[in-house]
Design a binder for this molecule. Structure first.
Ligand SMILES: CC(C)(COP(=O)(O)OP(=O)(O)OC[C@H]1O[C@@H](n2cnc3c(N)ncnc32)[C@H](O)[C@@H]1OP(=O)(O)O)[C@@H](O)C(=O)NCCC(=O)NCCS
Length: 122
């Protein structure tokens, strides 16, 4: 199996400054499901930051830069166990198909300062 990897780290405060009190920006960056998960959490900006890191990690794994697709087209979902995964939509999905990517593995971690994600494309 050919494997591609991408990693990214995001400062939680930076992400908070970007999206706090800005619903339009939140909706540009995150799907409704992502927002529903994060907004139910005590440290919601950590969860948003790590999801943003995951989206950037996915772009890196595909060899793409910012703007290659919409942020909401890369969605972080969550199994009942807590294990996160990636679901692609629209243009992001087409870009993955072009690269022969069949599935993703994702791992994420966050503290009050930093959020990091590693995406693996199979
Ligand atoms: C997985 C676990 C080690 C996370 O460790 P942590 O130091 O508390 O948290 P981290 O910041 O490193 O990581 C958090 C991320 O791990 C991921 N995660 C959660 N559960 C996971 C699991 N079972 N396997 C893999 N990844 C998991 C999630 O992406 C989570 O971020 P999110 O909530 O924003 O989606 C810890 O939650 C654990 O032991 N879980 C085992 C299952 C369990 O006990 N569940 C009880 C739920 S009440």
């Amino acid at each position: 199996v050919r494997i591609r990897v991408g990693v990214d780290v995001v400062g939680v405060e930076r992400l908070e400054r970007l999206v706090r009190d800005d619903e339009d920006r939140q909706r540009e960056l995150f799907t409704q499901r992502e927002l529903d998960y994060c907004s139910g959490k005590r440290r919601q900006y950590e969860h948003m930051a790590v999801r943003f890191a995951a989206k950037e990690a996915v772009l890196k794994a595909m060899g793409l830069g910012l703007g290659a697709c919409g942020w909401r087209e890369i969605e972080v979902t969550r199994a009942e166990s807590g294990v996160p995964s990636i679901v692609l939509h629209g243009r992001a999905r087409a870009l993955a198909d072009e690269r022969g990517i069949r599935s993703w593995r994702l791992t994420m971690t966050h503290t009050h300062r930093l959020a990091e994600a590693i995406a693996v494309a199979l």
